[in-house]
Design a protein around this ligand. Structure first.
Ligand code: BGC
Length: 815
């Protein structure tokens, strides 16, 4: 069979066999066909590593790379390519063929729970990085599946909301990264989004999947649904959705065969989708890949090194009054909830079980030794109580009767479960089961403890037979956890005694999910922190030469499945920074977030380092930059506003954000990101493209020349400082005489340049005709209007160093 062409294979398949490969067999693979010798094709999340098959938690360990926004901040497509290539190795180690990555939606607002996973607010930057990452993956025969196509810029009502976006905005912004993924990177797969686009589910949107993607962009890969995001038979197949995921099928199989017999779907449409699937299987080598499914944990030194380097490449120094790099002799007070409890990634489907994690504390201890290091946590920043761990017994029951005989029993060491089939040894119906977790908890301190629980399903927690947390039946209300299927955490308080083994009993029963088919449960416990903890942090700061405060959020906040309600630092972190700064003005704030936060202390602290979530080497990358072993080579891929209400998605009109009656209207059109701040005269806290270095750079006069229809920008850039470093030269274009409203400046080219002290390099960048065009909806083409255009070169959207103008003639560019 392997020698046959895919055309010959598809024609040998019966209708039923063709239909079978248009849906998953299980959560992470497509079905095999023994008769024709077609093996399974496996997929894995993505995008900051390869989690492999199984649940969101646990599983075989994998290399954890920096998250999307950190790669966005690197402004380095070559680095993205190296990461893509390394992740291809990881995908193979998980016996998979397709990476569900990269995530290339744009940062429309600042609260989207998935912004951490996406690169940038800007389509040019996002496209360039996506192209690099996809090339890296596919160069090793692993398919990329850029996601989520398209208009998935928020997690609110994410499986049903309609993103209402006008066509010009879509073409210029949100479609652009996907267009380049197809045209420049030749992606082999694409994942449609959950949302509707102007009223029609993207998985059923013929204009999107067939007219634009297949016909205009000449795409020959597959489109797969997001998980449970395919909700119909004929409409999805006819629109151009090749693969329903996950399996087993809900809407295809016999239903699709019947739809063909009734004439709702043509035989040719099924054949062509099946051919697309076979083409992908051939490309990734899965057609006859019968290697046994044995996932490996390949913890490779070259991946460790790449992750550590990438962490620094994306780290953005937002402020430095000279305290950084730190003196190697300085006594350091390390403070904050992210200093010892390591935060390396965002939450949701992007999370994985890392090979290891290096915290800032571990890395600093290794660098300066215990004698120079003191530590205080100061306060907490969790969204949910820290996970309850211990030796527990987990029993599953058929149906909801917890007094019946258990169907399956296993051990559990942390009460954090995400149940998708197969689980419970396959002994229960995943939609109708109950579970009981029993064991003991022995506290180390006496006093009030907080116990929190949330579940996709009903849950209640008993301590010593007393009900402490109740989210059972009527006490359960739908919230924003577990991909919009869980309740918001319910917290109860209980007095516990140090050294005593208190009995814990947790009961769970499944509920019928609204959109996605999973059950989940999380129970946590902690001793609440107080003013005394902040005071203790200030005290150690006062005794040290410098205070390094590692704060921010975690994957509990920066996560798929919800949008944040504000951009305040959670908990009492602002108070903590104020107290520490008052005690020691030499305070360096290291921020770990997936986007901007309000910084009431911005002018009081000595330095700010935006570190995002750096993957398994997060602590090492931070310490490398703090001591100047590596430079902070990142630049902001998203504008940081002073306050939430300054951001482009903010409006008094709920339809603009977060949405109203099932619609979210992108009324700002093309004026998003830095375009928005410029248009409304809003001064951001830190502009798009901004980032300091340990050295200084200067730009000389830009020279423009023409090469056919292209404009070539030639710009000298000099390192005027005393050490080597890199900078990002950014080129923005503005149309001075447009007949439609256009942004004053739009990023159209950029280059990351490394320079020795005193060195000058000449940077050449090409502006192709599309760089001057807007999308003319009436003509259905890109239009350049004759007249003058500004071409600006600088170090951020607000730091333009050299301006030139160029004339262009009228022109139409086909899609
Ligand atoms: C996410 C996708 C992910 C898929 C599989 C969905 O909830 O939106 O990005 O690839 O799950 O985990």
């Amino acid at each position: 069979m392997a020698t046959q062409s895919i055309e010959a294979i598809v024609d040998e398949m019966t209708l039923e066999e063709q239909v079978a490969i248009l849906a998953g067999a299980d959560f992470w693979s497509t079905p095999e066909n023994e008769r024709l010798g077609i093996a399974k094709m496996r997929v894995t999340d993505g995008p900051n590593g390869a989690r492999g098959g199984g649940s969101l938690f646990g599983g075989v360990t994998a290399a954890a790379f920096p998250v999307g926004i950190a790669i966005g901040a690197s402004w380095d497509p070559e680095l993205a390519e190296q990461i893509g290539s390394a992740i291809a190795d990881e995908v193979k180690s998980k016996c998979a063929h397709v990476a569900l990555a990269p995530t290339i939606n744009l940062h429309r607002g600042v609260t989207n729970g998935r912004n951490f996973e996406c690169y940038s607010e800007d389509p040019e930057l996002t496209s360039a990085l996506a192209v690099g990452y996809i090339r890296g993956l596919q160069s090793k025969g692993v398919a990329a599946s850029p996601k989520h196509f398209v208009g998935n810029e928020s997690e609110i009502e994410r499986t049903t909301i309609s993103s209402d976006i006008d066509e010009r905005t879509m073409r210029e912004l949100y479609l652009r990264p996907f267009e380049d993924a197809v045209k420049k990177a030749g992606t082999w797969a694409i994942m449609s989004s959950y949302n509707r686009l102007n009223g029609t589910y993207t998985a059923e949107n013929e204009w999107l999947l067939t007219d634009v993607l297949r016909k205009e962009w000449v795409y020959d890969g597959i489109v797969m649904s997001d998980w449970f995001g395919s909700r119909s038979t004929a409409p999805t197949v006819n629109a151009g959705l090749d693969l329903e995921m996950p399996g087993p099928t809900r809407d295809r199989g016999d239903k699709l065969v019947a739809a063909v017999h009734s004439g709702e779907v043509s035989r040719e449409t099924v054949r062509s989708a099946a051919l697309n699937m076979l083409r992908l299987m051939e490309r990734v080598g899965s057609l006859n890949d019968t290697t046994p499914f044995r996932e490996r944990a390949d913890d490779l030194p070259e991946h460790r090194a790449l992750i550590r380097k990438a962490g620094a490449e994306g780290m953005v120094m937002l402020k430095n009054d000279g305290v950084l790099p730190l003196s190697p002799e300085a006594k350091v007070a390390l403070i904050g909830p992210n200093a010892k409890e390591v935060k390396i990634m965002g939450g949701g489907s992007a999370q994985l079980n890392p090979h290891y994690m290096v915290s800032p504390f571990d890395a600093l201890l290794a660098r300066i030794g215990a004698e120079n290091l003191s530590f205080a946590k100061g306060c907490t920043n969790h969204r949910w109580e820290p996970i309850l761990t211990g030796d527990f017994e987990l029993s599953f029951y058929r149906g909801h009767d917890l007094t019946s005989e258990p169907a399956h029993t296993q051990s559990m060491d942390s009460v954090n479960a995400f149940w998708v089939p197969p689980f419970a040894g396959g002994q229960v119906d995943p939609t109708n089961f109950a579970a009981k977790i029993t064991g003991t908890y022995t506290p180390t301190t006496s006093g009030i403890h907080h116990i929190g629980a949330h579940a996709a399903g009903c849950a209640r927690v008993y301590v010593d037979d007393e009900l402490i947390v109740d989210c059972w039946e009527d006490a359960w209300t739908k919230g924003r956890t577990f991909f919009e299927e869980g309740n918001d955490e319910v917290v109860g308080a209980v007095e516990l005694t140090a050294g005593r083994a208190h009995d814990i009993r947790i009961e769970f029963r499944s509920k019928t999910p609204d959109n996605l088919n999973h059950s989940a449960l999380r129970v946590g416990i902690s001793v609440p922190m107080t003013e005394a903890d902040i005071a203790q942090a200030a005290e150690i700061a006062a005794q040290a030469d410098v205070a390094v405060v590692v704060i921010g959020r975690s994957g509990e906040w920066d996560t798929e499945g919800w949008d944040m309600e504000d951009i305040h630092l959670p908990g009492r972190q602002n108070e903590l920074v104020a107290a520490v700064t008052a005690a020691n003005p030499n305070t360096v704030v290291v921020l770990q977030t997936g986007g901007p936060v309000e910084m009431p202390w911005v002018s009081d602290v000595a330095a700010i380092l935006q570190a995002w979530y750096g993957g398994q080497e997060a602590g090492n990358s931070i310490v490398d930059v703090l001591y100047g072993d590596a430079e902070p080579a990142g630049r902001l891929p998203q504008t940081f506003p002073i306050k939430l209400s300054d951001n482009p998605a903010h409006s008094q009109d709920p339809e603009i954000y977060p949405g109203l009656n099932g619609h979210v209207r992108y009324a700002e059109g093309v004026m998003t990101g830095y375009r928005h701040y410029e248009k409304h005269g809003i001064v951001p806290m830190f502009p798009f493209g901004f980032g300091l270095s340990y050295t200084d750079f200067d730009l000389g006069q830009m020279d423009l020349s023409e090469d056919g229809d292209d404009v070539i920008c030639t710009i000298p850039v000099t390192n005027t400082g005393a050490r080597c470093g890199s900078t990002v030269v950014q080129v923005y274009v503005g149309d001075l005489e447009a007949s439609v409203e256009r942004p004053a400046r739009e990023l159209k080219a950029f280059a990351k340049v490394a320079l020795d002290a005193g060195e000058t390099k000449i940077v050449r960048m090409t502006l192709q005709p599309r760089a001057f065009a807007f999308f003319d909806v009436t003509a259905g083409q890109w239009r350049i209007e004759a007249g003058s255009f500004t071409v600006e070169a600088g170090f951020s959207a607000a730091d333009i160093r050299s301006i030139a103008t160029v004339q262009r003639d009228d022109a139409l560019i086909p899609v």
